[in-house]
Design a protein around this ligand. Structure first.
Ligand SMILES: NC(=O)c1ccc[n+]([C@@H]2O[C@H](COP(=O)([O-])OP(=O)(O)OC[C@H]3O[C@@H](n4cnc5c(N)ncnc54)[C@H](OP(=O)(O)O)[C@@H]3O)[C@@H](O)[C@H]2O)c1
Length: 280
């Protein structure tokens, strides 16, 4: 099927990875549609009546699920959405998945079962969680209080992930591939705290806590129960050493090395600066 002149729909197109995918596609002057509840037309995972209009005239999809590919309802939603995409002329799907997560692999299977021309990006934890997501508050408080023990994680820079996504959306050689995306090194949370402290000039340290303590602290901060459960599942299931190894898959997909944590921290340091008194 010729999908060349059709739009590329980027779900989560205003989020951490999707925004970067949109920027890269626009820079290449490719036709892009931003999948967002505020998009034109709007797209909402919670409202299936928005799915078909969002896919009208689309030839390929960057599929990032919200809130989490390993969360409740994800398998059914991404499977149904992918089936609709294939039926409506958008067989090319690049799926953002999670590394070492059995629930995420069920979602991959559901998308694969639709007959989509699929590329799976099975990503380990994002470096940008420390600067654009829930770990930012930990960094700003001076204490990264997580149930991560001293298990190393090969955090991936989502600038690399976005580069791989765009390669996969625009080059048929990536069809049928599953890329396990990691950074070049595995770091403990204590290592990440040290690198962030050096890049930001802040005092930041890692304080290992139990799963129960972490859940209790999230609740104290008013985090909704479904998010508490999801984070508990992720730390319990994913941060147990099984995902500690790095892969060559960024190099395999892009022909260059992945960015390391120190480069990420240098680029992200603005997120960790104190807010000037005048703008508070
Ligand atoms: N964080 C990690 O370390 C990690 C690692 C591996 C995989 N993942 C996977 O990455 C995915 C998330 O990707 P991300 O981090 O790029 O996104 P994100 O920044 O978490 O998500 C925000 C995006 O989701 C959209 N959104 C929110 N509610 C929505 C709804 N009801 N319907 C449609 N869109 C909605 C937002 O758009 P609007 O608000 O504009 O509607 C925004 O574009 C998850 O599936 C997660 O499992 C994450």
């Amino acid at each position: 099927m010729n999908t060349q002149h059709k739009d590329i729909l980027v779900l989560g197109g205003t989020g951490k990875t999707g925004r970067r995918v949109v920027e890269r596609l626009q820079a290449r002057e490719l036709p892009v549609r931003v999948g967002s509840r505020a998009g034109t037309p709007p797209f909402d995972w919670e409202d299936r009546s928005t799915w078909a209009p969002a896919l009208d005239g689309v030839g390929a999809v960057y599929l990032s699920y919200y809130p989490d590919i390993a969360g409740p309802g994800a398998v059914e939603a991404v499977g149904e959405f992918a089936a609709l995409a294939v039926r409506s002329g958008a067989p090319r799907i690049v799926l953002l998945s999670g590394r070492g997560e059995p629930e995420a692999e069920r979602a991959e299977q559901a998308v694969g079962d639709t007959g989509a021309e699929l590329t799976v990006l099975r990503a380990t934890w994002f470096m940008q969680n420390f600067s654009e997501d829930y770990m930012l508050d930990h960094v700003l408080s001076g204490e990264i209080r997580l149930p991560g023990g001293d298990v190393p994680t090969p955090f991936v820079d989502i600038e690399d992930l976005a580069d791989v996504a765009v390669a996969a959306l625009t080059d048929d050689r990536h069809i049928g591939r599953t890329y396990e995306l990691t950074g070049p090194d595995s770091l403990t949370f204590a290592d990440t705290a040290a690198v962030i402290a050096a890049a930001s000039g802040r005092s930041v340290r890692y304080v290992p806590v139990s799963l129960e303590q972490h859940a209790a602290e999230l609740r104290e901060h008013g985090v909704p129960e479904d998010v508490v459960e999801l984070l508990t599942y992720l730390f319990d299931e994913v941060v147990d050493g099984r995902n500690a190894g790095t892969t060559d898959d960024v190099r395999e997909a892009l022909g260059r090395e992945p960015r390391d944590f120190a480069s990420y921290a240098a680029a992200a340091a603005g997120a960790w600066q104190p807010v000037p008194a005048a703008s508070r």
